[in-house]
Design a binder for this molecule. Structure first.
Ligand code: ADP
Length: 212
């Protein structure tokens, strides 16, 4: 089935403002009567994935490769149990992160295993594409990638009470570089939004005008 243009994802390093804009967008579109299904990656609010939230966000207990596959598995589950049925009902899917986050963050986590972040990124994209071909996964129709100086993002993150294992300045700088490679590779789908010096309302307006 074709679900053209009904699946939008938001990407960017931690602290780039994704969740803020996703919440605003969902609220305002619902006010207009648009049927929205809001989700995130990894899925957190559905059984059994919320039990793995701490593992995904904070713990280093599990082997990195295994964790990357668990994250992929959670996305497959989200797509098949929730996203596809919602698309069939005519909902617009708004995802706070999706496969591009997995490419960016996990390619760095698996860098040593593959010998370079280029090789790990290629591997993850190939694996993802094989699941797309089987219809087990789907790609967003449009992705907004928020670009921001990692130092500014990090200042915002520091105000939070609990920081995830990824939220370290040097790591976020590398994630941004990975995102840049990914956005070049998927430049038809990914729309770069420069959020530097822009207020929340200004970022929202930029995104909203593109969706309209
Ligand atoms: P993310 O989901 O990308 O990690 P959040 O949406 O949680 O980021 O935003 C992190 C913090 O930055 C929040 O406190 C939010 O209010 C603030 N913030 C988001 N966008 C902006 C912006 N354009 N200007 C200033 N502060 C922002």
């Amino acid at each position: 089935m074709e679900y053209k243009n009904n699946f939008i994802s938001f990407e960017g390093i931690d602290g780039s403002g994704k969740s803020t804009i996703v919440s605003l967008l969902v609220e305002r579109m619902e006010e207009k009567g648009v049927k929205i299904y809001k989700t995130r990656d990894p899925i957190r609010d559905k059984n059994p994935w919320y039990e793995l939230y701490d593992l995904f966000e904070h713990s280093q207990r599990v082997d990195k490769f295994s964790e990357a596959l668990l994250l992929l598995s959670s996305r497959v589950d989200n797509v098949n149990r929730f996203i596809k049925p919602e698309l069939n009902k005519g909902s617009i899917i708004i995802a706070d992160r999706f496969s591009d986050s997995w490419f960016a963050y996990q390619s760095l986590r698996l860098e040593k295993f593959f010998g370079s972040s280029k090789k790990s990124l290629d591997y993850l994209i190939d694996l993802h594409n094989s699941l797309i071909e089987e219809g087990v996964l789907i790609n967003p129709d449009k992705t907004f990638l928020f670009k921001i100086n990692p130092e500014i993002a990090f200042e915002r993150i520091k105000r939070k009470s609990k920081i995830s294992k990824y939220e370290k300045l040097n790591f976020l700088k590398k994630v941004l570089e990975q995102y840049e490679i990914i956005s070049d590779r998927f430049n038809e789908r990914i729309d770069l939004i420069d959020t530097e010096g822009k207020s929340i309302e200004e970022v929202y307006e930029t995104v909203f005008s593109k969706i309209n």
